[in-house]
Write a protein that binds this ligand. Sequence first.
Ligand SMILES: [Zn+2]
Length: 388
Amino acid sequence: MELVDQNDIKLHSQKIILSTIIKNYPISRAKLSEITNLNKATVSLQAHSLIKKHLISEIGMGVSSGGRKPILLVFNKNAGYAIGVELAANYILSILIDLEGNKVFSDYFEFVNESMETLNSILIERIRMVVNHAPESPYGIIGIGVGVHGFVNENQTVVFTPHSNWDKVDIKDLLEEQFTFPVFIDNEANAGAFGEKLYGEIKNSDNSIYVSVGTGIGLGIIVNNKLYRGSDGVSGEMGHMSIEFNGKKCGCGNQGCWELYASESAFFKNLSKIKNGVEMTHEKANKMILENDRDILMEIEKFGHFLGIGLTNMINTFNPDAIILRSNLIEANPIILKSIKKAVSKRVSRYIPLKNEIFISQLNRNAAALGAASFMIKKFLVDSKTFN
Ligand SMILES: [Zn+2]
């Protein structure tokens, strides 16, 4: 018979106590014992150990039910900080958050036509700046999570970026050479879905889909409250699902890919064509929508139509509680949601009703960076190193 390691049991109770404090603080030891079903001696012992590790601390007095007033325990959300980076085809967004996900600092850097060599230096420079904004804390920076717009496999390798050259760089290696913190690389939509699941509209949804619409389209899929990653980690690349079987050729090798019709890039390209080749920006589009420009309203209908076709396929496949849309264009112009919903309701199987709604992201452009940083917090809080 294999003996259970007493140390493992001790660490297991410590993790349970910490996660209960995080969810319920300020909380007394008595209440902790009640919620966790661990006896009071264990709670006291492990709380003492967590205080020594600076992960929790004691504050003031709680409400007494007669007798001595209990001391309350709180989570030290400032015991360390995590960095989240979103690496897109034309921008780098970096944020610094505390262990509870509150934003402390952020930096947005936009670029065009930079060489990969320059971009590597810029990436390091921007992250270094974020590091320098971290307040003093017992653990310092606990890690850097990166969400990349592209295919990222289970080995954290960026294998394909249809709109940039980030796939030519070993980002994990690059950052680990420069910084002493743990680094984790994932797909942008996975990171965004994780961010939305922790802090956004889908917090209370068990099965949901995060759709990131920008230069391309990427999906983060949450099944039974967990990110669905597929067998190689490259799930959710629905931007490359054909919606026109004989359609335009795509860099991924397929034809008629969804993102060639329903991404923001596709929208701006079509709009620019109608407006005699004038280059389109988000600012110009927002202004035209406000002015009820006929051309842009027609393009919105088309954009909603194509987005709706893909979303319908997703609803028929996953039967989600909710779908969350992350797109600068849609967030700035919620009117677009109407066209999307119209297309979905026209097509979706009447036997698979969407339980809730299609939401627009409230975390906006922070969703992916927040999620990427939160991957590190999760690793830190359940990592055995933290609990040695
Ligand atoms: Zn494709």
